[in-house]
Design a protein around this ligand. Sequence first.
Ligand code: SAH
Length: 473
Amino acid sequence: MKKGETYTGRVQHVDFPNKAVVFTESENPEDNGQKVIVKNSIPGQKVRFMVNKKRGGKCEGRLLQVLENAPSETADRCKHFGTCGGCVYQSVQYEEQLKMKEAQVHKLLSEAVDGELNFEGIIGSPCQEAYRNKMEFSFGDEVKGGELALGLHKRNSMYDIVTVDGCKIVDEDYHKILTAVLEYCREKELPYYTRAYFAELGTAFLGKLSHKGYLRHLLVRKAVKTQQILVDVVTTTQIEFDMAELAGILRELPLSGTLTGFLHTRNDSVADVVKNEGTTVLYGRDYIEEELLGLTFKITAFSFFQTNSLGAEVLYSKAREYVGTTKDKVVFDLYSGTGTIAQILAPVAKKVIGVEIVEEAVAAAAENAERNGLDNCEFIADDVLKALDNITDHPDFIMLDPPRDGIHPKALEKIIDYGVDSMVYISCKPTSLARDLAVLQQRGYKVVKSCCVDMFPNTVHVETVCLLSRKAQ
Ligand code: SAH
């Protein structure tokens, strides 16, 4: 097989995350039955692809066309399907999506776990559409020099944006807000901020770095239980512009929820991330409230909070079941975000200490604990790696819920050194979980049981929960 050539093949299965394993079908015996990894394909599909990487006997291809649909696919898909970079599994029936994710995690855990694997399978999301409580839309254009767009990145594109006014993983209020903001910004002829973009020329990168413009992101949060909505327009400071008029327009929108805050955040950093470098509240307040498992949480614009509220209740219930009793125990909730898990475990625990790197989230966590009448929670704003050196309390139980990259190897060593009897590890990326489990097992822990929870229907993502206990010496 040659780089740059086009082939056809059948998708056998998909490895996490989004790595479809295709076997070629060709009349040329040399090109028949070859294994190629092609992103964005579904098991059972017949696909046409172009080989774009070949290294060390491994081949990768870029999907060009789906020639035959998979039996598990339906016609039910949103108007952005295929163009938008999100929701790769959208065309697959939900039960099949669950089976795919379950098989992916099962495979990774089977390879990672020593001895017999006690895997409880996958629990689906209570809601498969309009399940998100947060969306970060980017400003840009769909084609270079085209009309202003506001939405998500196009599939396989670092800089093209598709206006997702029909996105199915959020509700109508998001569409109305997105459309109103986009129309307003078009009318005012506000320029979007051009990200660094790279045009690939052979193997060399031709870097065209331009950091000019104004509009960057639109952040929308809507709580499922309280229906409160927070909108934040993120811009650079390259133009002086007053967004107060837009606040008035949004307040007039016929929304099913209630707009409780409109913010304008400035961010001049070159990285393409939603970041806070100064926010003005132009209407209402700078947070929304959400309810989970009977507790109330204040969520600010930039704090981490699980994006599927109903799914989070399922995930946290599973985690609580794995934790068992925390009566009279000192619990560490590491990577605690807005302190959700800490507060769910606090009512019977002796004390819970949460560690989280985002200060805004820590402040919200402390306030949330107070609102929920919990006086045995302490939240520390620091890197877990450093914070553990300064905490004087000794944990009886540790909850781990790190970001996608998993736990820093040195932090993991410190965590293991506490020698607690059991820990629960919640992971949003099973490949980094598998890596961390190898270390945990080597250092005396065993994986007692594990389970998946689907918090992200239609996408390639999945959460995994593992109960670990210290092997008898
Ligand atoms: N347990 C929380 C948040 C989990 S997401 C919940 O369920 O809502 C992971 C969190 O880890 C994020 O809030 C992120 O800001 C935080 N984080 C990332 N790196 C960190 C580090 N090195 N030290 C502490 N917190 C970190």
